[in-house]
Design a protein around this ligand. Sequence first.
Ligand code: PLP
Length: 356
Amino acid sequence: MVQLNSTVYVHTSKLLNNVSAIKKRLNRNVQTMAVVKDNAYGHDLIQTAQRLEPVVDWFCVARVDEGVRLREADIKLPILVFESPSAETASLYADFKLTASLTDASILGLLKDGTEYQINLDTGMRRLGVLPNEVEDVVSKMAKFPGLTCTGIYTHFAKADDPGNPEVDTQLDLFKNLRTKFDSELMTHTANTGAIFHYPELDLQFDAVRPGVSLYGYGAGEEQITDLEPAIEWKSFLMQVKPISKGEAVSYGMRWVAPTDGYIAAVPTGYAAGVSRILSSKIEYSINQTRFEQAGTISMDYSMVFLKDEKFDPGTEITLLGGNAQSAKEWAEKGQTIPYEITTRIHPSIQRIFID
Ligand SMILES: *Cc1c(COP(=O)(O)O)cnc(C)c1O
């Protein structure tokens, strides 16, 4: 059954190519922790993890429920959960063998004996993590919980998407400094996509890296990275095709006006499915190899496309995103956002089919 009138295809070969592009940048013996949070950036959590499991060393997820889903799908690799454990979720870490993030000393009291955890140090992101002035307190409290095992320590950069930014050095220096207060054996990691691709000269890979968006084929920030390939292709179909005359307006607000006589088609995919309304009349779809302009205000369940003088049959397949149409990077530029938001906004109920 066609769910929500569109389908997302994911090219496994491109995911694997992107893993190779990442690994090409790694020092010897650096592990890859694949970030598959938020439904693998919209690509599908389980299917993505199954394809990546043979070629990566760890998975990282945002929430503990995502870790539970991976375990229920029989994923065996270690899994790091980024969010802070709560009283409600604490027992899931031990039950499903998920590695917790220690973002605050009080979490030690929540975790069940047998749980493994890694310390998240906040070196400048000011999101989650232990602040520098709390480190002494965390170190002394850790010793009071012998039933818990600390396996690693990490931090996250706020400006690594921007090549050559001095804030990255500042965070790294602070991290290295705070790192000395902990056991030198702990697995250590800092690098997201930006740090891996834009900071080859800095000593920031340690034992592992945490790439996210690059797995799916995009760089972080403005700089193009030519050996990454977007893995996603989102397709829908023409539900109705009708003639339109030069000067006639289309869709809510009648903001788009036909420049010539031709054909207009209704594609049953709108902002409820994840084609953001801010992209109205700014993007192009493709049929076979040809691009056609998306015409007029994107509505909840439809976006219209101007077929010029080509009268395609209803039911004709049309590519909205990826493939011969525009990439999530191009949509992001037109929508003043980043590819991460484009792919995570594709409605999770739309079927994801992996092309192996
Ligand atoms: C999302 C996230 C990553 C991955 O970032 P990308 O820019 O997608 O590579 C790594 N580490 C943490 C803590 C994250 O939240």
